[in-house]
Design a protein around this ligand. Structure first.
Ligand SMILES: [Zn+2]
Length: 219
């Protein structure tokens, strides 16, 4: 039986395809500024990605060769119903794919980063049922816990990262404050030239990507 499987090239292809399909969502996305909002994204995102490739800023993490644009897939933004196309880049040699996400989206979230950021900010002072959002109370509760925790982890990583780059980060200043306030303070240390749509969770993700951290906020 096993021998038969091995000898059937068709079956081998199916397995490879399946493996690739299964592997795709797990590959770490690249998060960068691709326009301030959906409209600008539609006009500029591909140009920005191609420019980043030409400038050697999108390199394969394994072989350090420049990645190339591969394909795109649709993605919705839940609170507005808008649709955008997410670009996939790949390394032809290593056969590694990455989605390139705009910083106004978080990985694995249907809502925009702005919607989630608003909830996180309000979450400090406002009871869950009074937070102004299109998301359900259950979703809000989940964000406050899950995104809140990933912000705390991101703060720890970025503190270390900015600290190493010679940017002293005062422990006293950022401890014992609400997670978002900590992040906001810390991001003042982000390189000034970092382009961002203005969303702090997105900016944090851009910085986390730059320092090679595996886990994003929201991801
Ligand atoms: Zn490669």
């Amino acid at each position: 039986m096993d021998k038969q499987k091995k000898e059937d090239p068709g079956a081998a292809n199916v397995t490879r395809r399946k493996r690739r399909k299964r592997g795709r969502p797990k590959s770490k996305p690249i998060i960068m500024f691709l326009g301030r909002e959906v409209k600008e994204y539609g006009k500029k995102s591909l140009v920005i990605i191609k420019q980043a490739i030409n400038e050697g800023k999108l390199l394969c993490e394994r072989c350090l060769r420049p990645m190339a644009v591969h394909s795109s897939y649709p993605r919705g933004i839940k609170e507005t119903g808008e649709k955008i196309r997410i670009t996939m880049v790949w390394c032809k040699k290593c056969r590694k794919w990455h989605a390139v996400l705009p910083d106004f989206l978080l990985p694995n979230k249907h809502y925009s980063a702005n919607e989630i950021e608003g909830v996180i900010i309000d979450g400090e002072t406002t009871p869950i049922e009074e937070i102004d959002t299109a998301a359900s109370a259950t979703t809000v509760k989940r964000w406050l816990k899950q995104v809140g925790e990933s912000i705390i982890r991101a703060v720890a990583k970025l503190k270390y990262h900015f600290g190493r780059k010679g940017q002293a980060v005062s422990e006293v200043a950022v401890d014992d404050v609400y997670c978002y306030a900590q992040l906001e303070q810390l991001l003042e240390k982000a390189p000034k030239e970092t382009k961002t749509c203005g969303n702090k969770l997105g900016l944090a993700n851009i910085c986390l990507g730059t320092c090679g951290v595996v886990e994003y906020i929201g991801g």
